[in-house]
Write a protein that binds this ligand. Structure first.
Ligand SMILES: Nc1ncnc2c1ncn2[C@@H]1O[C@H](COP(=O)(O)OP(=O)(O)O)[C@@H](O)[C@H]1O
Ligand SMILES: [Mg+2]
Length: 254
């Protein structure tokens, strides 16, 4: 739909996994061309939100709706959402036996998604040359897995990427490389020269968003967005008061 200002709009979302209600009345809007951070303590539902937006069927939407590029995708299958331009990098991605990074690379080039030269440059930038002929993610270290996941996203060049804890298991030296790959992913959008690609970066520690230029940060709290604001302001609050401060501030101490 032409003229959408927002790439993602989530209204009053309620999600259940197993017999537990994990997301409970969540609202979130990401305008086109913006990259937001999602912060929050462990267990607050960040991964659940990402998997729900992607469309994994074990997360049951029992209320609310998800609108992507102006279309209600609440009941769409995961592959249809992927086709619309949604992609994820998981915190602990599975090994894909028998599929090599080189296969994925060839597939994207065949489909005309990426040109060979650009993809080869990404492989080099990600330092993944020596891993092209291994099964995807097989035997990789924490930092290598993150680079491999980001490389796969770079090859796909999705319109909207969600990254789940791209800094977890990455030592401080390698953090800079991961940050650079993320910046490449959210680079200017070829189709909209004034904008960059949109996305959501999930991080518990906030390390990865330090020194990144993001548009907004949200703190997840008890299955909803507790508060939102400039990333520097949010990080400052968290470093001073911790996530426990959210309970006091939002007045929901049990
Ligand atoms: N498939 C599931 N079945 C039951 N409970 C789940 C499931 N997935 C997640 N949970 C629970 O939901 C809560 C939020 O988990 P998660 O979304 O992984 O949080 P976060 O990513 O913020 O750490 C946790 O208490 C977790 O144990
Ligand atoms: Mg998580």
């Amino acid at each position: 739909m032409a003229g959408n200002r927002n790439i993602l709009e989530i209204r009053e979302l309620v999600v259940q996994a197993g017999d537990k209600r994990i997301i409970d009345g969540l609202n979130l809007t990401i305008p086109c061309g913006e990259v937001h951070a999602l912060l929050g303590p462990n267990g607050s539902g960040k991964t659940t939100l990402m998997m729900t937006i992607m469309g994994f069927s074990n997360y049951k939407i029992i209320g609310g709706r998800i609108v992507f590029k102006g279309r209600d995708i609440t009941n769409l299958e995961i592959n249809e959402r992927a086709r619309m331009g949604i992609a994820i990098a998981r915190q602990r991605p599975p090994t894909i036996d028998g599929v090599r990074l080189r296969n994925i690379m060839a597939y994207q080039i065949d489909r005309g998604i990426g040109d060979a030269e650009r993809i080869a440059a990404y492989v080099k930038k990600a330092g993944m040359e020596e891993f092209l002929d291994r099964s995807v993610n097989a035997g990789l270290s924490g930092g290598e897995i993150k680079r491999s996941e980001l490389l796969q996203l770079l090859m796909m060049s999705p319109e909207f990427s969600m990254l789940d804890e791209p800094d977890s298991g990455v030592d401080s030296g390698a953090l800079r490389d991961v940050r650079e790959l993320i910046n490449s992913l959210f680079t200017l959008d070829d189709n909209h020269p004034a904008k960059r690609k949109a996305g959501l970066i999930i991080t518990h520690s906030g390390h990865i968003i330090d020194h990144m230029s993001l548009d907004k940060a949200h703190i997840m709290h008890r299955g909803r967005i507790g508060c939102s604001g400039h990333p520097n302001l949010m990080m400052d609050r968290i470093s001073r008061f911790g996530y426990e401060g959210c309970d006091r501030c939002l007045g929901e101490v049990e």
